[in-house]
Design a protein around this ligand. Structure first.
Ligand code: PMP
Length: 400
């Protein structure tokens, strides 16, 4: 009998609302129309050859079997030293740092390790798209509050700020976890030291844990310092800190990151981790451990990306796009509703489709980062690109 004619048994979807992400859709559309892809967040330039050589060396040294479940010791010790030197908090590399298959696995595993049915998890929208499905798979309930959009007299979004009242209203005895993200994808907003103090006050007297997504920790500009959750003693005691080498070293395809958290949290995290991925590929870990020893490799990142940000912003200055501030990340948000064309009236998703197919530059609608799409007239460009790519994109955008 023809196997293909036998229908599969049906079963209820665990994630009925999840479809193909807008990043995949926009990248496919960009490829189809030969548009310049400033949509999905990944560099179009190569990583440092030294890093590749370090991984090659590890492979040739036969580091090709399972590493320890929690990650290669050299890498965990290196991360511990790095965090101590940058953020003045010591994580024990034996009991408090775990290597993950990228930030996304760290986020999912952290959520699965502490969230159960009936638990509430607070997220701040616009939010990275993995948070909500991870919470749902854990059986938790997502409580979304929105960043405050600050507008000028014409109604154009000028900047975003933390919605403190909504956050404090959302916290209650069922709150198991609060997820924050700084520097923030997609808005580029960064948290200040005073914001962490305020969060600490909010979390005080509750049992809420915090997941701090800091994968853009080294993309912070104009002399600002990244305010890591680990730098705040009160918060560090209740937090999972997430980071990703993909962002820091221009190797998003390698999917290696880490989670640092107090021993009690890490113990639970590792219980899930060992059956989720068990281990993360060995030669990459040795290579990264080696490369991490040279602090310049991450210390030079703010000026490297600030140059790209400034170049891209300068090119947009003469256009009718309204630039939002970009204190961090490699994303530039713009308000397009001021453009003198009929398309300025389109919703964000339709505007991005038009921009990709007709202008030849792909961008991501901010509405895609909300569960119930709100239309703010703001879209996101990624400037982690070669200057030539940015220059080509600017030429097209300047013609609108
Ligand atoms: N968090 C945020 C806010 C991100 O933008 C990303 C990557 N797009 C991640 C986490 C995941 O990082 P990774 O690619 O290492 O899984």
């Amino acid at each position: 009998m023809d196997q293909a004619l036998t229908p599969s048994p049906s079963f209820p979807s665990r994630l009925p609302k999840v479809g193909t992400t807008v990043f995949t859709v926009m990248s496919a559309l960009a490829a189809k129309h030969q548009a310049i892809n400033l949509g999905q967040g990944f560099p179009d330039f190569p990583c440092n050859r030294e890093l590749i050589a370090a991984v090659n060396t590890a492979m040739l040294a036969d580091h090709n079997q399972y590493p320890p479940m929690v990650g290669v010791a050299e890498l965990r010790y290196g991360i511990s030293e790095k965090i101590a030197s940058l953020y003045r908090h010591h994580y024990n590399p034996e009991s408090e740092i775990t290597i993950t298959a990228g930030g996304t696995q760290g986020i999912m595993t952290a959520i699965l390790s502490c969230v159960g049915p009936g638990d509430e998890v607070i997220i701040i929208e616009p939010a990275y798209d993995s948070y909500r499905p991870s919470i749902e798979l854990a059986g938790g309930k997502t409580i979304a509050v929105s960043l405050t959009a600050n507008r000028d007299e014409q109604g154009h979004v000028q900047s975003y700020s933390i919605p403190w009242d909504a956050l404090s209203n959302a916290v209650n005895v069922k709150t198991r976890l609060i997820i924050i993200n700084t520097p923030h994808n997609p808005t580029g907003m960064v948290w200040q030291a005073a914001d962490l103090d305020r969060l600490a006050k909010l979390a005080n007297d509750t049992n809420a844990l915090i997941l701090s997504d800091e994968v853009y920790e080294h993309m912070i500009y104009d002399g600002r310092q990244h305010q890591s959750i680990s730098s705040h003693p009160g918060l560090a005691a209740r937090s999972f800190l997430i980071s990703s080498f993909g962002k820091t070293y221009h190797v998003t395809g390698w999917k290696v990151g880490y989670v640092a958290a107090p021993a009690a949290l890490t113990t639970e995290f590792r219980k899930v981790h060992q059956f989720n991925v068990f281990t993360v590929n060995t030669p990459m870990q040795y290579g990264l451990a080696n490369y991490l020893q040279e602090a310049a490799h991450y210390l030079e990142l703010p000026s490297f990306y600030q140059q790209k940000r400034d170049y891209f912003r300068a090119g947009l200055e003469g256009t009718k796009f309204k630039l939002l501030p970009t204190p961090g990340t490699y994303f530039q948000c713009v308000d397009y509703t001021n453009l003198n064309i009929p398309q300025a009236q389109l919703n964000e998703a339709d505007f991005c489709t038009w921009l990709t197919t007709e202008v030849g530059v792909a961008a991501i609608p901010i509405s895609a980062f909300y569960n119930e799409p709100v239309q703010s007239g703001v879209i996101r460009f990624c400037f982690a690109k070669k200057e030539q790519t940015l220059s080509n994109a600017l030429t097209r955008l300047q013609q609108i």
